[in-house]
Ligand binder design. Structure first.
Ligand code: HSE
Length: 292
């Protein structure tokens, strides 16, 4: 049996739209075994137990890329990354499926090659890169075939709190509300803030994070799709934290500089939104892994 473990990821981090992403300590595991039938999938809703399943599609893509026959496979999913909440659930499926196929055929592909295939499937690198490589990743590229990455170690003085609404938000819908172009002034604002944010996350300077993370490219448009955005932002800021929309939402990610503030943000959010899932997370530094 092959077991692949993939971390959840939080993309964008405010000003890093489509190019920054962070791997966090929330994991799903996916098992692949030889099967007597063409395909068996366990551990997900019945509607996903078929050949359209994204893990299977990525597994098939991996086999085809390696010029190998597609084996009969049983896939068992133990999923802890909520779906359509901006925590990289589709990256988990894509990376899991590709790494499963790679390990099935004795690992001919390295992580960079898996990243290229994964980005091709996902359409943007900011979830799949940290899911594969761990840490904070900044991807810069002029084509999906040539992904360049810089990894930053995030300061261990920072605490990340995922505040996960009990409603989904599809990435497609969250991309449709974005303007089609930006002016020079806004581009220059974003570049300066994104560089400052990378440094601030590395050094753990929450004051600098607070200033640098303020985005003008997607959050002002997407916050309108998350009805509780303003309420949660107020809670977070009152308790000393900084808030951004994780990926395309609906999850709101708080950053705090101590455990006490992080816990207060969780407690206050739970008080107002008892049905929300909350997780105190650290940075995953390893990325996806596989064992036979
Ligand atoms: N960068 C992507 C977006 C992430 O914001 O649309 C989607 O998870």
């Amino acid at each position: 049996m092959i077991r692949i473990k993939v971390p959840a990821t939080s993309a964008n981090l405010g000003v890093g739209f489509d190019c920054m992403g962070l791997a966090v300590s929330l994991y799903s595991t996916i098992d692949f075994e030889q099967s007597s039938q063409k395909l068996i999938i366990n551990g997900c809703d019945e509607q996903f137990q078929n050949e359209q399943n994204l893990i299977y599609q990525a597994f098939v893509r991996g086999c085809q890329f390696l010029n190998q026959p597609i084996p009969n496979v049983k896939i068992t999913i133990d999923n802890h990354v909520p779906v359509s909440r901006g925590l990289g659930s589709s990256a988990v499926c894509i990376v899991g499926g590709l790494m499963g196929a790679n390990l099935w055929f004795d690992s001919p592909l390295n992580k960079e090659e898996i990243l290229t295939l994964a980005t091709e499937m996902e359409g943007h690198p900011d979830n799949v890169a940290p899911a594969i490589l761990g840490n904070l990743n900044v991807s810069f590229t002029d084509s999906l075939e040539n992904i360049q990455n810089v990894a930053f170690k995030v300061s261990s003085d920072l605490f990340f709190v995922a505040l996960i609404p009990n409603y989904q938000l599809s990435t497609k819908k969250a991309r449709q509300v974005l303007p089609k172009s930006m002016d020079y002034q806004t581009v220059s604002y974003q570049v300066g803030h994104a560089v400052a944010l990378s440094k601030a996350l590395e050094t753990g300077d929450l004051q600098l994070i607070r200033q640098a993370i303020i985005d003008k490219m997607h959050e002002p448009f997407r916050s309108k799709l998350i009805p509780d955005y303003s309420a949660v932002k107020s809670i977070c800021e009152k308790d000393g934290g900084v808030l951004y929309i994780s990926g395309s939402g609906s999850t709101l990610m708080a950053i705090a500089s101590n455990l006490n503030d992080a816990q207060k943000i969780i407690d206050e959010t739970k008080k107002s939104f008892p049905n929300w899932e909350t997780h105190l997370l650290s940075v995953d530094t390893k990325g996806a892994s596989g064992v036979l």
